[in-house]
Write a protein that binds this ligand. Sequence first.
Ligand code: 8YV
Length: 311
Amino acid sequence: MSHTLAIGHYEQEEIDAFESQFAAVVLPDLAAMAALDPEQRKGIRVVAYKGHDPFGPLHMDALPALGLIANYGVGHDAIDGDAAGARGIRITITPDVLNDDVADLALCMWIAACRGVMHAAAYLQQGDWGAGRPLGLGTKASGRKVGIVGMGRIGRAVADRLAAFGCEIHYTARAEKGVSGIRWHATPRAMAQEVDDLIITIVGGEQTRNLIDHDTLTALGPGYIINVARGSVLDEDALVEALRKGHLAGAALDVFAHEPQANADLLAFPNVLSLPHIGSATVQTRAAMASLQRANIAAFLAGAPLLSPVP
Ligand code: 8YV
């Protein structure tokens, strides 16, 4: 009987690997667990989780032998860590392998926002160029003052890239991290007063919910806000209001508060670039994430140390 349950929308190669390596049962989402045979549920020791729906105590209690949730992703805010800890369930994540992709996308979104890339593409597609209509100018990206919200692994990768663009780099984190050449601020609001743009890379979860609020957006003024972290970090109502009032120049969002639904008000703004959470979505990085997820499962089942556990 299988001891591994893979939950989420996996690529066919990933499903094949789960089946051949762990004889795993693959389900599309957490709700599908209800259809599992009770005897089968009792034997499950590992869940390979790929998703952003809340994985809570009821799901854990439905799998009484569960010992590991191997998350496909670095952010584990969807998994109730306290409930897992109370049940002796370990959690692993897939850190580092996705830093480059998420940071690359953050820079791509930031430059696209500054230079008005979406607007210029639409201008061409609509025939405005051929018709001789005027196209407004964009904003120079190189050399801007950029504040990074959260200086973890991805924040550092963003800072490295911004340095190559000659930017003045600021960051906010719970404590000063002593990163040379870049300036720490105690709060996003204090940082927003001193920078042109914000790039959000901080972890999601209750501790950071609506961290970027009305006051921070007001302090930012007419710059761009880029979010590649979690939709929950940015107060979407406050963002809509700031955009409606013209307080911000624009936004670029790869994440939304209620995925896979994107905020319809935000989608409607011409100066908002909206993407369907593609930060880590390249062939190379997804293969590395899947491989690390499986390596953690194999280590757990062999009784060996986990490769990338949540501490
Ligand atoms: C997702 C992510 O894991 O790593 C993270 O925290 O948000 C992404 O890489 C990916 O979208 C699969 O759900």
